[in-house]
Write a protein that binds this ligand. Structure first.
Ligand SMILES: Nc1ncnc2c1ncn2[C@@H]1O[C@H](COP(=O)(O)OP(=O)(O)O)[C@@H](O)[C@H]1O
Ligand SMILES: [Mg+2]
Length: 261
């Protein structure tokens, strides 16, 4: 794996509840299980990725908020998790004020990219769990990314929101000189419902090879895992959704990326 800079993946959808955090936590855990040195960045003030890998938000020292507001070095803020090869840049509600506080900083969209520069060589992958909106935090994630992974819940018509998100990504590429490719992953698939099947064919027809072939099924165990402070793939490794997250991780790292639109 050498000393190449980490592949930076943002997990993003401006809708809430589409499986961003579940995908980020399980992708990060699966990557580290494969022996990849992985940094999970919680970029959501809700801090669900932070609790999802076993930390109490109330007892954190410094957080990503301190890194973005440049009061702490990133190296002093990254913490090791109890999972081998997996580190975390944690978050809590402090981050909620960052959007406003950073809005007048020159180069405000590039703060995360610059903050990551000194640690990029230390990891094979950096996975960023984004907040459910397209604000300054999300723009920072996009600018820093090589790949954007968009989880789409199989219970809504994704074509209502996805074209807007993809337009925003194109604007970020051209206006902010960012370079990233994107992939779509279907989550919470329920084979018994016609809606799940319809969403799947619509997304596959529209996005072709950018829609990942591995689909994550709905599973109660996945929803239970965060309450134990464990990634689903650790909590119930044989569960169908857990198995799929491991397959998804392999599929994702196999694909050659193109950064052209
Ligand atoms: N495959 C799944 N099966 C069942 N529940 C899931 C699955 N993926 C996510 N969930 C649950 O759905 C809710 C939203 O997921 P989450 O990952 O937090 O989405 P987001 O970060 O996009 O808001 C959470 O309660 C989560 O536990
Ligand atoms: Mg989330």
């Amino acid at each position: 794996m050498g000393r190449e800079p980490a592949l930076i993946i943002s997990v993003l959808n401006n809708k809430g509840g589409t499986g961003k955090t579940t995908t980020s936590v399980n992708l990060a855990a699966a990557a580290s299980l494969e022996g990849r040195r992985t940094l999970l960045i919680d970029l959501d003030p809700q801090g669900n990725s932070t609790t999802g890998v076993g930390f109490e938000k109330a007892t954190l020292g410094s957080t990503i908020y301190n890194v973005l507001s440049q009061t702490r070095k990133i190296q002093e803020t990254i913490i090791s998790t109890k999972f081998n090869g997996l580190s975390l840049l944690p978050s809590n509600l402090d981050l909620a004020s960052a959007e406003v506080e950073l809005s007048s900083t020159p180069g405000r969209e590039y703060i995360l990219r610059e903050a990551l520069a000194p640690v990029k060589q230390d990891y094979d992958n950096i996975i960023i769990d984004c907040p459910p909106n397209i604000g300054l935090l999300t723009l920072n994630a996009l600018v820093a990314s090589d790949l954007v992974l968009i989880p789409v819940q199989c219970e809504f018509y994704p074509m209502e929101g996805l074209p807007t998100l993809i337009k925003v990504m194109d604007v970020v590429k051209s206006r902010l000189k960012a370079q990233f490719d994107f992939r779509i992953v279907l989550t919470m698939y329920d084979a018994r419902t016609a809606l799940s099947r319809r969403v799947q064919s619509q997304v596959w027809n529209t996005f072709g090879e950018r829609a990942l072939k591995t689909v994550i099924p709905r599973s109660v165990r996945m929803a239970e895992a965060p309450s134990k402070g464990l990634p689903g793939i650790v909590y119930r490794p044989r569960n169908p959704a857990a198995e799929r997250y491991k397959t998804l991780t392999k599929e994702l790292f196999r694909i050659p990326l193109t950064t052209e639109a």
